[in-house]
Design a protein around this ligand. Structure first.
Ligand code: AR6
Length: 173
Protein backbone atom coordinates (compact mmCIF):
# COMPACT_ATOMS: atom_id res chain seq x y z
CA UNK A 1 0.00 0.00 0.00
CA UNK A 2 1.24 3.49 -0.81
CA UNK A 3 1.95 5.68 2.22
CA UNK A 4 0.03 8.93 2.33
CA UNK A 5 2.24 11.94 1.70
CA UNK A 6 -0.25 14.44 3.12
CA UNK A 7 -1.66 14.21 6.64
CA UNK A 8 -4.07 16.33 8.62
CA UNK A 9 -4.07 16.79 12.37
CA UNK A 10 -5.67 19.14 14.90
CA UNK A 11 -3.50 20.52 17.67
CA UNK A 12 -0.48 22.51 18.70
CA UNK A 13 2.27 22.58 16.07
CA UNK A 14 4.97 23.27 18.70
CA UNK A 15 4.59 19.78 20.17
CA UNK A 16 5.30 17.86 16.96
CA UNK A 17 8.25 15.51 16.59
CA UNK A 18 8.98 16.20 12.92
CA UNK A 19 11.98 17.32 10.88
CA UNK A 20 10.59 20.83 10.42
CA UNK A 21 7.66 22.96 11.49
CA UNK A 22 6.73 26.07 9.54
CA UNK A 23 6.30 29.36 11.36
CA UNK A 24 3.82 32.06 10.29
CA UNK A 25 6.30 34.87 10.89
CA UNK A 26 6.45 38.59 10.08
CA UNK A 27 9.03 40.48 7.98
CA UNK A 28 11.33 41.08 10.97
CA UNK A 29 11.57 37.37 11.87
CA UNK A 30 11.98 38.56 15.45
CA UNK A 31 8.89 36.92 16.91
CA UNK A 32 5.35 38.06 17.57
CA UNK A 33 2.02 36.63 18.72
CA UNK A 34 -0.01 33.61 17.54
CA UNK A 35 1.87 30.58 16.32
CA UNK A 36 5.06 32.67 15.99
CA UNK A 37 4.99 33.51 19.72
CA UNK A 38 4.22 29.91 20.64
CA UNK A 39 7.15 28.62 18.55
CA UNK A 40 9.61 31.14 20.01
CA UNK A 41 8.41 30.37 23.56
CA UNK A 42 8.82 26.65 23.08
CA UNK A 43 12.14 26.89 21.22
CA UNK A 44 13.80 29.25 23.72
CA UNK A 45 16.24 32.16 23.21
CA UNK A 46 18.55 30.30 20.81
CA UNK A 47 15.92 30.65 18.09
CA UNK A 48 15.69 34.42 18.46
CA UNK A 49 19.50 34.73 18.37
CA UNK A 50 19.66 32.83 15.10
CA UNK A 51 16.74 34.83 13.66
CA UNK A 52 18.52 38.10 14.50
CA UNK A 53 21.24 37.15 12.04
CA UNK A 54 18.88 36.57 9.13
CA UNK A 55 18.07 40.20 8.23
CA UNK A 56 14.34 39.55 8.10
CA UNK A 57 12.40 37.95 5.29
CA UNK A 58 10.26 39.25 2.44
CA UNK A 59 6.59 38.42 2.19
CA UNK A 60 6.12 35.17 0.27
CA UNK A 61 9.67 34.00 1.01
CA UNK A 62 11.07 31.58 3.62
CA UNK A 63 14.19 31.06 5.73
CA UNK A 64 15.27 28.08 7.81
CA UNK A 65 16.76 27.80 11.32
CA UNK A 66 17.43 25.12 13.86
CA UNK A 67 14.66 24.04 16.23
CA UNK A 68 16.54 24.48 19.55
CA UNK A 69 14.31 23.24 22.42
CA UNK A 70 11.52 22.14 20.08
CA UNK A 71 11.16 18.48 19.23
CA UNK A 72 11.24 19.62 15.61
CA UNK A 73 14.80 19.74 14.28
CA UNK A 74 14.21 22.83 12.13
CA UNK A 75 11.90 25.80 11.84
CA UNK A 76 11.06 27.16 8.40
CA UNK A 77 9.96 30.78 8.82
CA UNK A 78 7.70 32.12 6.11
CA UNK A 79 5.95 35.47 5.92
CA UNK A 80 2.39 35.37 4.68
CA UNK A 81 0.54 38.32 3.15
CA UNK A 82 -1.79 40.51 5.19
CA UNK A 83 -5.30 40.14 3.71
CA UNK A 84 -6.29 43.47 2.16
CA UNK A 85 -9.49 42.36 0.45
CA UNK A 86 -7.96 40.13 -2.20
CA UNK A 87 -6.77 42.82 -4.61
CA UNK A 88 -3.12 43.01 -3.54
CA UNK A 89 -1.72 39.77 -4.88
CA UNK A 90 -2.55 37.96 -1.64
CA UNK A 91 -3.31 34.61 -3.32
CA UNK A 92 -0.03 34.36 -5.19
CA UNK A 93 1.95 35.59 -2.18
CA UNK A 94 0.39 32.89 -0.02
CA UNK A 95 1.07 30.27 -2.72
CA UNK A 96 4.66 31.49 -2.76
CA UNK A 97 4.95 30.90 1.03
CA UNK A 98 4.11 27.23 0.52
CA UNK A 99 6.37 26.90 -2.55
CA UNK A 100 9.34 28.59 -0.83
CA UNK A 101 8.95 26.56 2.37
CA UNK A 102 8.67 23.29 0.45
CA UNK A 103 11.65 24.25 -1.71
CA UNK A 104 13.77 24.77 1.44
CA UNK A 105 12.60 21.43 2.81
CA UNK A 106 13.62 19.83 -0.48
CA UNK A 107 17.08 21.44 -0.45
CA UNK A 108 17.69 20.26 3.12
CA UNK A 109 16.32 16.78 2.36
CA UNK A 110 13.75 17.20 5.10
CA UNK A 111 11.45 14.21 5.31
CA UNK A 112 8.49 15.53 7.28
CA UNK A 113 7.29 19.13 7.45
CA UNK A 114 4.26 20.51 9.31
CA UNK A 115 2.38 23.71 8.31
CA UNK A 116 -0.03 25.85 10.30
CA UNK A 117 -2.52 27.95 8.34
CA UNK A 118 -0.18 30.72 7.18
CA UNK A 119 -1.87 34.19 7.27
CA UNK A 120 -5.14 32.81 8.70
CA UNK A 121 -4.82 34.42 12.16
CA UNK A 122 -4.09 38.11 12.70
CA UNK A 123 -3.21 38.54 9.02
CA UNK A 124 -6.89 37.86 8.25
CA UNK A 125 -6.69 35.64 5.14
CA UNK A 126 -10.05 33.81 4.65
CA UNK A 127 -9.47 30.32 6.06
CA UNK A 128 -11.26 28.35 3.33
CA UNK A 129 -9.37 30.08 0.52
CA UNK A 130 -6.08 29.73 2.41
CA UNK A 131 -6.68 25.99 2.88
CA UNK A 132 -7.41 25.57 -0.83
CA UNK A 133 -4.16 27.33 -1.75
CA UNK A 134 -2.20 25.31 0.84
CA UNK A 135 -3.49 21.97 -0.43
CA UNK A 136 -3.17 22.86 -4.13
CA UNK A 137 0.40 24.16 -3.88
CA UNK A 138 1.52 21.27 -1.70
CA UNK A 139 0.10 18.63 -3.99
CA UNK A 140 1.59 20.31 -7.02
CA UNK A 141 5.00 20.33 -5.33
CA UNK A 142 4.84 16.74 -4.06
CA UNK A 143 3.95 15.46 -7.51
CA UNK A 144 7.23 16.82 -8.89
CA UNK A 145 9.56 16.13 -5.94
CA UNK A 146 10.54 13.27 -3.65
CA UNK A 147 11.41 15.60 -0.73
CA UNK A 148 9.73 16.36 1.57
CA UNK A 149 8.36 12.84 1.87
CA UNK A 150 5.43 13.97 4.01
CA UNK A 151 3.53 17.19 4.68
CA UNK A 152 1.30 17.58 7.73
CA UNK A 153 -1.36 20.30 7.88
CA UNK A 154 -1.94 21.35 11.47
CA UNK A 155 -5.30 22.98 12.17
CA UNK A 156 -6.28 24.69 15.36
CA UNK A 157 -10.08 24.64 15.15
CA UNK A 158 -12.79 22.08 14.25
CA UNK A 159 -14.21 23.99 11.28
CA UNK A 160 -10.80 24.47 9.71
CA UNK A 161 -10.06 20.77 10.17
CA UNK A 162 -13.25 19.94 8.23
CA UNK A 163 -12.27 22.34 5.44
CA UNK A 164 -8.93 20.60 4.94
CA UNK A 165 -10.47 17.14 5.31
CA UNK A 166 -12.94 17.81 2.50
CA UNK A 167 -10.23 19.22 0.24
CA UNK A 168 -7.97 16.24 0.88
CA UNK A 169 -10.78 13.70 0.47
CA UNK A 170 -11.51 15.19 -2.95
CA UNK A 171 -7.96 14.66 -4.13
CA UNK A 172 -5.30 12.02 -4.49
CA UNK A 173 -2.67 12.13 -1.76
N1 AR6 B 1 -0.34 25.42 16.51
C1 AR6 B 1 -0.98 25.39 15.31
N2 AR6 B 1 -1.66 26.45 14.81
C2 AR6 B 1 -1.69 27.58 15.56
C3 AR6 B 1 -1.05 27.69 16.82
C4 AR6 B 1 -0.35 26.55 17.30
N3 AR6 B 1 0.29 26.56 18.46
N4 AR6 B 1 -1.28 28.95 17.30
C5 AR6 B 1 -2.04 29.59 16.38
N5 AR6 B 1 -2.31 28.77 15.34
P1 AR6 B 1 -1.17 33.64 13.30
P2 AR6 B 1 -0.65 34.96 10.70
C6 AR6 B 1 -3.05 29.05 14.10
O1 AR6 B 1 -1.94 34.82 13.77
O2 AR6 B 1 -2.11 35.16 10.47
C7 AR6 B 1 2.35 36.89 14.47
O3 AR6 B 1 2.31 37.92 15.43
C8 AR6 B 1 -4.09 30.14 14.15
O4 AR6 B 1 -5.34 29.64 14.61
O5 AR6 B 1 -0.22 33.01 14.23
O6 AR6 B 1 0.19 34.44 9.57
C9 AR6 B 1 3.53 37.04 13.52
O7 AR6 B 1 4.66 37.56 14.16
C10 AR6 B 1 -4.16 30.56 12.69
O8 AR6 B 1 -5.07 29.72 11.96
O9 AR6 B 1 -0.32 34.00 11.95
C11 AR6 B 1 2.99 37.96 12.47
O10 AR6 B 1 3.11 39.31 12.88
C12 AR6 B 1 -2.75 30.29 12.16
O11 AR6 B 1 -2.09 29.51 13.16
C13 AR6 B 1 1.53 37.58 12.37
O12 AR6 B 1 1.20 37.01 13.64
C14 AR6 B 1 -1.92 31.53 11.88
O13 AR6 B 1 -2.23 32.56 12.80
C15 AR6 B 1 1.30 36.53 11.31
O14 AR6 B 1 -0.08 36.36 11.18
Amino acid sequence: MKTKRVELIKGDITSLDVDAIVNAANNSLLGGGGVDGAIHNAAGPGLLSECEKLNGCETGHAKITNGYRLKARHVIHTVGPIWLGGFSDENSLLASCYQSSLELAKQKKIKTVAFPGISTGVYGFPKDLAALIAVKETQRFLKKNTYPEKVIFVTYSDDNYETYRKLLDDSIH
